[in-house]
Design a protein around this ligand. Structure first.
Ligand code: CA
Length: 222
């Protein structure tokens, strides 16, 4: 289920960074690694991630500096700090600086993975609005609200499909992945196309792009 989720690892210890990168890749995450605070900050500000694992002791800009700058820059991506500094005051510093979680080194790999999963789960369930070009989806109300104020209530499945696509507008989703994440595995794969068709009929063809031979990607209105 971690397919397509993007994680940034900011860690200056090359061996640990490699280990984390390999581990997260094995779990199905799309991983990028930054070896110092400046690069971590640049990536965090210019790219979209589902979670950031941030070493506290980083060269150039330290982890807490990166964290504060990301939060000041409006980045709300959940961040887990990894640090050799593991006392209660150290943790409080990290959480006060805007981190969602704090794990001290040495850490247990399964615990780290479980915490990353929990961070992503909490973040994705706590955002009730998903924006896209031309409007947004109110997830709880299953309602699409366009920039001109038009409101359209969707069925459960239409809303789930649109939410998944709109949360990751850069990602191309294959039919099997959409089938797995939005519909029941036992459904006919054609159901994906049927629901894409429903959404396009309501909001225009450009809402969802067809990527030939691969699947679908979020588009937008107009
Ligand atoms: Ca370090």
């Amino acid at each position: 289920m971690s397919e397509g989720l993007r994680v940034l690892v900011a860690e200056d210890d090359g061996r640990l960074a490699d280990m984390l990168g390999t581990l997260l890749l094995t779990e199905g995450y799309d991983v990028q690694i930054a070896h110092d605070g400046q690069r971590a900050l640049h990536r965090g500000l210019t790219e979209t991630y589902d979670a950031i694992i941030l070493d506290r002791g980083l060269p150039a800009v330290d982890g807490l500096g990166v964290l504060r700058a990301l939060r000041q820059g409006g980045v709300t991506t959940p961040i887990l700090i990894l640090s050799a500094l593991g006392t209660a005051p150290d943790r409080v510093d990290g959480l006060n600086a805007g981190a969602e979680d704090y794990l001290s080194k040495p850490f247990d790999i399964d615990e780290l993975l479980a915490r990353v999963r929990a961070l992503i789960r909490r973040a994705s369930s706590s955002v009730p609005i998903v924006r896209f070009a031309g409007g947004h989806l109110d997830v709880n109300g299953r309602t699409v609200i366009l920039v001109d104020g038009t409101r359209t209530v969707l069925s459960d499945r239409e809303a789930s499909l649109l939410e998944l696509l709109a949360r990751r507008p850069d990602q191309v989703f294959s039919r099997p992945v959409l089938l797995d994440q939005v519909f029941a595995a036992a459904d006919d794969p054609g159901v994906v196309d049927t629901y894409v068709h429903h959404l396009r009929r309501k909001f225009g063809r450009a809402l969802i792009e067809t990527v030939r031979g691969v699947g679908y990607r979020m588009g937008g209105l107009r």
